[in-house]
Design a protein around this ligand. Structure first.
Ligand code: F0G
Length: 460
C-alpha cells in the first residue's frame, strides 16, 4: 500500500499515547447510548479519531517548553507580547485580540458589528460561523464559485469566491453587510484553498463597496502552501511572505489557533481599525477576559506563538499536505468515492455515492460515519444533511445541502502514514459490504448546530 507514501514525517516521536482498542460489542453499546451520534461516543472507545483536526495537534518540544515559560500575570503578561509579535509577524494587522477559540472570536466580532437583518457573505460559512451570524438574526450567504460543489472537477483553487456574485450581492444589499468573510481553506467545501488572485479580487470588490473584508483564517498556512505550489509566481516565495501578502489585502481576520497554530486551545481577532478594535475589546472584557489574555492562560499564548513559527516551515507543510493526500489516493485507487482534489486538512468521502441505496432524507453521510465507527472504531464527522439540513418554514420539508460528505480530518503531527493505511483498509473493506448499511431517522434535535447533540434511530 505504500506506493504513494508521503515524505517521511519531519519529526520524531518523544512522547507516545496508547491507542485504545474496543470490541465490536462495546462499540455497539456506545453507539446505542449516544443515540447513534459519534459526537456522543467517549474518546476512550475510539481507536483512530478523525472527527476533527481542531485542537488535536501534537505540540512540539519547543511548545511544551513555552508552556513552562508562560507568564500568568493578569495584565500585560510577557507571554501576551510574544504572542502579539508572532501574530503581527504573519498577519500584519495592528491590533491583536486573544480569545479562547475561533468561535469566541466570531461571537465577539458579530456581537459588535452585526444587527438583526444584516447579511454576511462568505465563500462557504463554517457551521459555527454560520450559527454566530444566524443566532443574531443575520443571514449567512455562501458565494463560492459553482465548481466548488462539483466533487469531480480537479481545480487548484476550488475555495475561490464568485466575485461577480459578491459584487451583485453588495450592490443589492447596501448598508446591510457589516463584513465580507473568506474562509481559508474552505472547510465546508472540501478543505479547498483560495488563490491569491481571488483574494485580491474579493478585496477590490469590498473596497469598491466600502465593506470591511475579514479572513476566517483557521488554516491560513495550508492555504499559503497551496498558493506556493499551485499559483504562478509564488514558487520561490516563503510561506510566511505569502501569508503576509494574503492578509495585506484584508482589514482583519478571525482565527482558531486550534488548527494552524498547532495548539489545543486558543484563537484571536486581528485587525487594523482602531475604533472597531476598541469596541471589540469592550465585548471581550465582558465575556472572555482582559485584552492581554482573552480567555487564555499565559502558557497558551506561548504555545500559540511557537506554533505559528512552526506551522509555516516548508518541511512541515510539504509533509502535511502530502500526508493527507496519501490517504486520499489510497481510497481513490480502490474506488472509494472522494471529493477531488484532496484538501489541506482532510479527505472528504462522498457518502451519497458510497451508499447510493440510502436516500438523502435517510442521511447517508450519517449512516457512513456510524458504520465506520461500528466496524473499525474510527471516528469521522458527517458534513451533510444532518449538519446543514434545514426545515423549509413554508412546506415543513427538509432542504439538503448540495454535498453529502463524511470528513476524515487528519490531526496535525499525530498519526503516522501506517495509521492512514489502516484507515484506508477499513474503509475499503466497508465499501465492499456497503449494501448492508442502513439509513437513519432523527429522533431528537436542537434549533442550531443540531449535529453535535442530535439523537438518531437506525432504520430497519
Ligand atoms: N472557522 C472554521 C473554518 C473552522 O473550521 C472552525 C472550527 C471555526 C471557524 C471555529 O473554531 O472550533 O476554535 O471555535 N472547526 C472545527 C472543525 C471545529 O472540526 O472543522 P473553534
Amino acid at each position: 500500500m505504500s506506493r504513494f507514501k508521503s515524505p517521511a514525517e519531519p519529526f520524531r516521536i518523544k512522547v507516545v499515547e496508547p491507542l485504545r482498542r474496543s470490541t465490536r460489542a462495546e462499540r455497539e453499546a456506545a453507539l446505542k447510548k449516544a443515540g447513534y451520534n459519534v459526537f456522543g461516543v467517549p474518546a476512550e472507545k475510539i481507536a483512530i479519531d478523525f472527527l476533527t483536526d481542531s485542537g488535536t495537534s501534537a505540540m512540539s518540544d519547543a511548545q511544551w517548553a513555552g508552556i513552562m515559560m508562560g507568564d500568568e500575570s493578569y495584565a500585560g503578561a510577557r507571554s501576551f507580547f510574544r504572542f502579539e509579535k508572532a501574530v503581527k509577524n504573519l498577519f500584519g494587522f495592528t491590533h491583536v485580540i486573544p480569545a479562547h477559540q475561533g468561535r469566541a472570536a466570531e461571537r465577539i466580532l458579530f456581537e459588535t458589528i452585526l444587527k438583526k437583518g444584516d447579511a454576511v457573505p462568505n465563500n462557504i460559512h463554517f457551521d459555527t460561523t454560520r450559527a454566530n451570524v444566524e443566532v443574531r438574526g443575520g443571514v449567512a450567504v455562501d458565494l463560492v464559485k459553482d465548481e466548488a460543489y462539483d466533487p469531480d472537477i480537479d481545480l487548484p483553487f476550488k475555495g475561490d469566491m464568485d466575485t461577480a456574485k459578491l459584487d451583485a450581492y453588495l450592490a443589492k444589499n447596501k448598508g446591510r453587510v457589516p463584513v465580507v468573510m473568506l474562509t481559508v481553506t474552505n472547510n465546508s467545501g472540501g478543505g479547498q484553498p483560495v488563490s491569491m488572485a481571488n483574494i485580491k479580487a474579493v478585496s477590490a470588490v469590498c473596497r469598491r463597496h466600502k465593506v470591511p473584508f475579514f479572513f476566517d483564517a483557521c488554516r491560513f498556512a495550508e492555504n499559503a502552501w497551496f498558493i506556493k505550489r499551485r499559483e504562478p509566481g509564488y514558487a520561490r516565495k516563503s510561506v510566511a511572505s505569502i501569508a503576509r501578502e494574503m492578509f495585506s489585502h484584508a482589514d482583519g481576520a478571525t482565527m482558531s489557533a486550534k488548527k494552524d497554530a498547532l495548539v489545543n486551545i486558543g484563537g484571536f481577532i486581528a485587525l487594523n481599525d482602531d475604533d472597531l478594535a476598541s469596541r471589540l475589546k469592550t465585548t471581550l472584557i465582558v465575556g472572555e477576559g482582559f485584552p492581554t489574555y482573552g480567555g487564555l492562560a499565559g502558557r497558551d499564548l506561548e504555545a500559540i506563538a511557537q506554533g505559528l513559527a512552526e506551522v509555516v516551515e516548508e518541511a512541515y507543510l510539504e509533509y502535511r499536505t502530502a500526508h493527507v493526500a496519501y490517504l486520499g489516493r489510497l481510497l481513490d485507487e480502490a474506488g472509494v468515492p472522494i471529493f477531488k482534489p484532496v484538501g489541506g486538512h482532510a479527505v472528504y468521502l462522498l457518502a451519497d455515492r458510497f451508499l447510493p441505496h440510502i436516500p438523502r432524507d435517510q442521511y447517508p453521510g450519517w449512516a457512513l460515519s456510524v458504520a465506520l465507527y461500528r466496524e473499525a472504531g474510527i471516528r469521522a464527522a458527517e458534513i451533510g444533511g444532518v449538519m446543514f439540513g434545514k426545515l423549509d418554514p413554508k412546506t415543513g420539508r427538509e432542504i439538503f445541502p448540495p454535498l453529502e460528505m463524511v470528513r476524515l480530518a487528519v490531526p496535525r503531527r499525530v498519526y503516522t502514514a501506517s495509521h492512514l493505511e489502516a484507515v484506508a483498509e477499513a474503509l475499503i473493506a466497508l465499501h465492499k459490504k456497503r449494501e448492508a448499511i442502513k439509513g437513519f431517522r432523527i429522533v431528537e434535535q436542537t434549533l442550531h448546530l443540531r449535529h453535535f447533540t442530535a439523537r438518531l434511530e437506525e432504520l430497519k
